[in-house]
Design a protein around this ligand. Structure first.
Ligand code: DX5
Ligand code: ZN
Length: 230
């Protein structure tokens, strides 16, 4: 595993490029390039074709990234049965796993049990909510999770438009999370929406298209952080 900066962030906000928007034909170069450009960690979007209408990557991709880059690996599981994939991803080098509170597999397994399993295997645990899911859905696990992930698009694809109405949930969580818990936002983040998400209280920004399609990646990462040139 690489060092998990969610526990002791060197600074905030953290910027997490979503490799879903990278050029898969040059993935090793792509992750090294965003590391050089100042990214804090890598966000890995795992989709199973059931929970969301797209298929992406599995543990082998995490293992390949671990060979080419030292950045922390934040795995976002958009799958029906997250309980089946915890160990394979942690064995492959995932430092952090986020699953969705809407995942059907939780009905049997339970969100709290899943968080404990992730912790027992040595990773940190996050819980994500889709745009239409109310913040209160996470209340039963608020004391045990390490991160809340507010989805600001309907999950499935990179390059969608930011949904500003999801910022209300960011503010709701900001008032309830402790300083050791992270608040991540994912979907449609660009310079403008990053600014609004930071104002609302997010401290980890995922960005796919905004970073990988930028002509100047390091400048874009600085702008996403809120470091504007004077
Ligand atoms: C959406 C994924 C996101 C996505 C972000 O389903 O969870 O991580 O790749 O990409 P952008 O920033 O392009 O919306
Ligand atoms: Zn994601």
């Amino acid at each position: 595993m690489s060092s998990n900066i969610f526990l002791r962030p060197p600074h905030l906000p953290l910027i997490a490029p979503s490799i879903l928007a990278a050029d898969f034909g040059r993935i090793a170069e792509e992750v090294m390039d965003v590391q050089r450009a100042g990214a804090d960690l890598l966000h890995v979007d795992v989709m199973d074709g059931h929970f969301v209408p797209n298929l992406t990557m599995g543990p082998d991709m995490v293992q390949a990234m671990a060979r080419s880059c030292q950045l922390m690996r934040d795995v976002h599981l958009m799958v029906t049965d997250p309980q089946d994939f915890i160990k394979p991803f942690i064995d492959a080098g995932a430092d952090h796993l986020t699953f969705h509170i809407e995942a059907p597999g939780l009905k049997q397994f339970g969100a709290e049990n899943l968080i404990r399993r992730i912790h027992d295997l040595g990773a940190t645990a996050g819980v994500a909510l889709n745009p239409e899911t109310p913040a209160e859905a996470l209340e039963p696990v608020m004391n045990v999770l390490d991160l809340v992930l507010v989805m600001s698009v309907h999950p499935g694809f990179t390059g969608q438009s930011f949904m500003p109405e999801t910022l209300e949930k960011v503010t709701w969580f900001r008032h309830r999370l402790s300083p050791r818990q992270r608040l991540e936002i994912d979907g449609g983040i660009g310079i403008r929406s990053a600014h609004d998400a930071l104002e609302a209280g997010a401290d980890v920004l995922v960005a796919g298209a905004a970073i990988f399609r930028a002509s100047q990646r390091s400048g874009t990462i600085q702008l996403l952080r809120g470091d504007y040139p004077r």
